[in-house]
Design a protein around this ligand. Structure first.
Ligand SMILES: Cc1cc2nc3c(=O)[nH]c(=O)nc-3n(C[C@H](O)[C@H](O)[C@H](O)COP(=O)(O)O)c2cc1C
Length: 183
C-alpha cells in the first residue's frame, strides 16, 4: 500500500453506517491515505467482531479509549480528521466540549491545534428538531469544522426509515481530499 496523501484519522460513532467502515477505509487507502480508525465506546461494541480485521486492514490499533498517562502515542500524527457517522450525541458532545470519549477529546483539541476537520452527521428528522442539534452544527462550523449536513451533505431521514447503505460516505472522503489539497 502506498500512502502519499497523509494520515487520516477516521472516527466513527454508533449509527448504522459505521458497519461499512471497512469499505470506507479501503476507499481512503486507494486515495492514498494512511488510515487510523477511532470509535466511540458504543461503536466499538457494535464492531467488536470486526476489530481484529480492522486493525489488520489499517495496520494500526483501533482506539476507543484514552491511553494511560505515560503511555506512548501509538498512532502517527493526523493530517486530517473525519468524524462519520457522527451521531446526535457525538455532534453535541463535540460542540459542548464534553470530552469523556477519546474520539471527542481528539477532535475537540483538533480545533485548537488547527487540524483540518470534517464531520458528517447521521441523524433522523426527529433528533434534528431538538434545538441543540442545529446549534451544535452552527457552533462547530463557526470553530472551523466542515460539517456535511443539509445541502451537499447528509439529509435526515424519518425515524425508522434510515438507509445506512445510502449514507454518502464519498462526500466525506472527497472533503478529506479537498482539505489536504489532494483533489
Ligand atoms: C440500531 C440503532 C440505530 C441507531 N441509529 C442512530 C442514528 O442513526 N443516529 C444517532 O444519532 N443515534 C443512533 N442511535 C443511538 C446511538 O447509538 C446512541 O445515542 C449512542 O449513545 C451514541 O453514542 P456515541 O455517540 O458515543 O456513539 C442508534 C441506536 C441503535 C441501537
Amino acid at each position: 500500500m502506498t500512502t502519499t496523501s497523509g494520515v487520516l484519522y477516521l472516527f466513527g460513532s454508533a449509527a448504522p453506517p459505521v458497519f461499512d467502515v471497512a469499505n470506507v477505509i479501503q476507499d481512503a487507502q486507494t486515495r492514498g491515505f494512511d488510515v487510523c480508525l477511532g470509535l466511540t465506546p458504543t461503536a466499538a461494541r457494535w464492531l467488536e467482531p470486526q476489530l481484529v480485521e480492522l486493525e489488520r486492514l489499517t495496520g494500526h490499533p483501533v482506539r476507543s479509549e484514552y491511553k494511560m498517562p505515560g503511555e506512548p502515542d501509538v498512532w502517527p500524527k493526523a493530517d486530517v480528521i473525519a468524524v462519520a457517522p457522527a451521531t446526535f450525541n457525538t455532534v453535541n458532545a463535540w460542540a459542548l466540549g464534553i470530552t469523556r470519549d477519546f474520539v471527542v477529546g481528539v477532535v475537540a483539541e483538533g480545533i485548537g491545534k488547527g487540524i483540518p476537520l470534517v464531520a458528517m452527521p447521521c441523524v433522523n428528522a426527529a433528533y434534528v428538531q431538538h434545538h441543540r442539534f442545529e446549534r451544535s452544527v452552527a457552533e462547530l462550523r463557526d470553530m472551523g469544522v466542515q460539517v456535511l449536513y443539509g445541502e451537499g451533505g447528509f439529509v435526515p431521514n424519518q425515524p425508522g426509515q434510515g438507509k445506512p447503505k445510502e449514507y454518502p460516505w464519498h462526500l466525506v472522503l472527497d472533503a478529506v481530499q479537498e482539505l489536504t489539497g489532494r483533489r
